[in-house]
Design a binder for this molecule. Structure first.
Ligand SMILES: Nc1ncnc2c1ncn2[C@@H]1O[C@H](COP(=O)(O)OP(=O)(O)OP(=O)(O)O)[C@@H](O)[C@H]1O
Length: 260
């Protein structure tokens, strides 16, 4: 579905990713983890075709992303950005309708409105439809932003910090819905997350971004080890096995690889 070949990503003075080769399949749920500034957003943008690679390529269904017309790409993959800076003039429903733009419907068309309202309901935000976006709380706004992504009905969902501003129950409900959507409808779900527990609980696979060019990827249980986590975050961590996943509690002291 989505394939990364020999990918290299760099910013001035630093290599974020080198020689990365990954195949993302329909129905899989992936997490991207790493410290602040490690390169998670940069990697997600490269996967989405929003940023050109500095080496190698990203392919969608066998075609280089750069060769796919933008409207078709927008029908195939939806992206949740970490932030939008501009103020929006309209209501929550107007915002979600923007997600229908790649499908070519007329803005305000009843059919499009139906999709937009359904997407708002999916994230528990039906009651916000008529509210001006500028008046929403952080969590309410995040739900509406997620609804726009869902309204796009794309086969791949690439989400940068989808849990931002959401309360604990909303995080759980959203991850339940998104992961079952991916598995049931064979969509690809890739999420930048900061909570290792949610990754181990809901993701099949993980990309661990070290910030020095290394990106480790594979099954969650194999990659989310104490050694890898301490290396990524640069602090001592105590692994805790929970019923549905693995979490890491920060502890005082140096990371274990430096002890003794
Ligand atoms: N256009 C740019 N010019 C210079 N440096 C940049 C540019 N874009 C990103 N960077 C730097 O690249 C690094 C990776 O940024 P990125 O946004 O991918 O990190 P991240 O892992 O998503 O971080 P966070 O967890 O804080 O959101 C950061 O140090 C950032 O300052």
């Amino acid at each position: 579905m989505l394939e990364v070949r020999d990918l290299a990503l760099a910013v001035p003075g630093r290599l974020l990713c080198a020689d990365l080769n990954v195949r993302f399949q329909a129905g899989e749920v992936w997490g991207i983890l790493g410290a602040n500034g490690a390169g998670k957003t940069t990697l997600l943008h490269a996967l989405a075709g929003l940023r050109a690679p500095d080496g190698g390529e990203v392919r969608w269904a066998g075609q280089p992303l750069a060769a796919i017309p933008r409207r078709r790409l927008a029908q195939e993959r939806a992206v949740l950005l970490q932030d939008e800076t501009e103020l929006f003039w309209g209501t929550a429903l107007d915002w979600v309708c923007l997600g229908r733009y790649p499908h070519g419907g007329t803005f305000g068309d009843p059919h499009e409105m139906h999709h937009a309202r359904a997407a708002l309901a999916q994230v528990g935000a039906a009651q916000l439809a008529g509210r001006n976006m500028a008046t929403l709380s952080g969590g309410e706004r995040q739900r509406v932003r997620l609804a726009m992504v869902l309204a796009q009905q794309a086969r791949a969902l690439l989400l940068d910090e989808p849990l931002k501003h959401l309360d604990l129950a909303a995080q759980f409900t959203l991850l339940e819905r998104l992961s079952s959507l991916a598995r049931r409808d064979l969509r690809l779900l890739v999420m930048v997350l900061h909570d290792v527990y949610w990754v181990s609980r809901y993701c099949d696979k993980v990309l661990l971004v070290f910030g020095d060019g290394r990106v480790l990827h594979g099954d969650c249980l194999a990659v989310l080890t104490q050694e890898n986590m301490e290396s990524v975050y640069g602090c001592a961590l105590q692994p805790v096995e929970a019923a549905a996943g693995r979490l890491f509690l920060p502890t005082a002291g140096a990371p274990s690889r430096h002890r003794g």
